[in-house]
Design a protein around this ligand. Structure first.
Ligand SMILES: CC(C)(COP(=O)(O)OP(=O)(O)OC[C@H]1O[C@@H](n2cnc3c(N)ncnc32)[C@H](O)[C@@H]1OP(=O)(O)O)[C@@H](O)C(=O)NCCC(=O)NCCS
Length: 339
């Protein structure tokens, strides 16, 4: 039933690092509070000239170059983000042009932190038709932050990841099984409410730069995230008749350390099997699982024949889990990685 595989991984984070101490100079917070509540020590943030499309291009180009693949072979570019280059056209079209991916059809999806796993399911379906798909998860969240909301502003970072998905030819990471879900009854808990057809951007926000602002009820998100992520993991494992002990690594969406610990507890998975680099990059939304995978491969943490489970939760709410089998190590390049 497996039909597709990730055959290359590219990742990019901006060179500008913003520490918790840096944030404590612009808002009423402290390194101690942020570390204790989230495990985050720093995040990477885009500089003024960078945009979602430029970061996405860097990641996509890295994925192509490291695998010596040609952009002209891409049939689709599926780009998932909550922070698009502009409302229209799709950010994916800017990337398509920069890559010279002449035959690729380019489209954006809005999926937040679970967006990568959702988009990967679409790529898997396209691969069943023989297509070669670039999947990009990318966020420039620092430009959507309400810097007066300290409980949310400290949680996020910027970054972009890209994977190339092809029909499964026995190498790379096989997409063995996945399930994704949504529950639209909870949209008010985590949203960017302004700038769409429902609410204009209020004048006071326009006066301060006019970007959309993230609104989040952190405690409620925490509770839902732990419940949904562990439930999704149990369901994909049950579908495959697999015991949790057969999993070598959990590659979770890097929401925050307390969520990862609570999910691991709920699943009875030891923390040394749960990859986390949230301390370095914070929560990078739909980019985060790709950054995690890229970091793991660059650190030689994952070995051929290992089984991985990925889990994510984000706005919508949408969430999901995927089981991956490492058939061979995919070529990987992570630009800007912390050493
Ligand atoms: C956001 C989060 C870290 C807040 O932690 P919490 O323990 O729930 O903290 P609370 O919001 O209850 O706030 C506790 C206190 O800390 C204060 N506080 C909030 N942010 C602060 C900050 N950055 N620095 C210092 N104090 C802060 C609050 O004002 C509150 O003070 P009070 O008790 O005097 O009113 C936590 O709810 C969380 O991790 N939620 C999930 C968020 C997330 O990961 N979302 C993305 C999922 S994809």
């Amino acid at each position: 039933m497996a039909t597709s595989a990730i055959v290359s991984i590219g990742a990019y984070v901006p060179s500008r690092v913003v520490t918790n101490d840096d944030l404590s100079k612009i808002m009423d917070t402290s390194d101690e509070w942020i570390r204790t509540r989230t495990g985050i020590h720093q995040r990477h943030m885009a500089v003024a000239e960078e945009t979602t499309a430029s970061m996405s291009f860097n990641a996509a180009q890295a994925a192509l170059e490291t695998a010596a693949m040609d952009a002209g072979d891409l049939d689709w570019i599926l780009l998932c983000t909550d922070t698009p280059e502009m409302w229209t056209p799709a950010t994916a079209c800017f990337v398509q042009e920069s890559l010279h991916a002449k035959k690729a059809s380019a489209i954006d999806l809005t999926g937040g932190c679970a967006g990568f796993l959702q988009t990967l399911e679409l790529a898997d379906a396209a691969a069943q038709l023989g297509k070669t798909v670039m999947v990009i998860g990318t966020e420039l969240l620092s430009r959507s932050m309400d810097w007066s909301d300290r409980s949310t502003a400290v949680l996020f970072g910027d970054g972009a990841g890209a994977v190339i998905v092809t029909p499964d030819r026995g190498h790379g990471i096989q997409l063995t099984h996945s399930r994704t879900y949504s529950d639209g009854s909870q949209t008010e808990i985590l949203q960017k409410p302004y700038g769409g057809t429902r609410h204009a951007i209020p004048p006071e926000i326009v006066a301060h730069g006019g970007h959309h602002r993230i609104h989040m009820e952190g405690r409620k998100v925490f509770r839902h995230a732990v419940h949904r992520m562990s439930q999704a993991a149990r369901e994909v494992l049950a579908d495959m008749n697999m015991d949790v002990d057969t999993i070598d690594w959990v590659v979770p969406h890097q929401a925050n350390q307390r969520i990862l610990t609570a999910v691991a507890d709920a699943l009875h998975i030891p923390m040394d099997k749960v990859f986390s680099h949230v301390e370095n990059y914070a929560n990078t939304g739909s980019a985060s699982i790709i950054l995690a995978l890229a970091d793991m491969f660059q650190q030689d943490l994952i070995l051929p024949q290992q089984r991985l489970i990925s889990i994510a939760f984000g706005d919508g709410f949408s969430w999901g889990s995927a089981i991956w089998t490492v058939q061979s190590l995919p070529p990987t390049r992570f630009i800007g990685r912390d050493q």
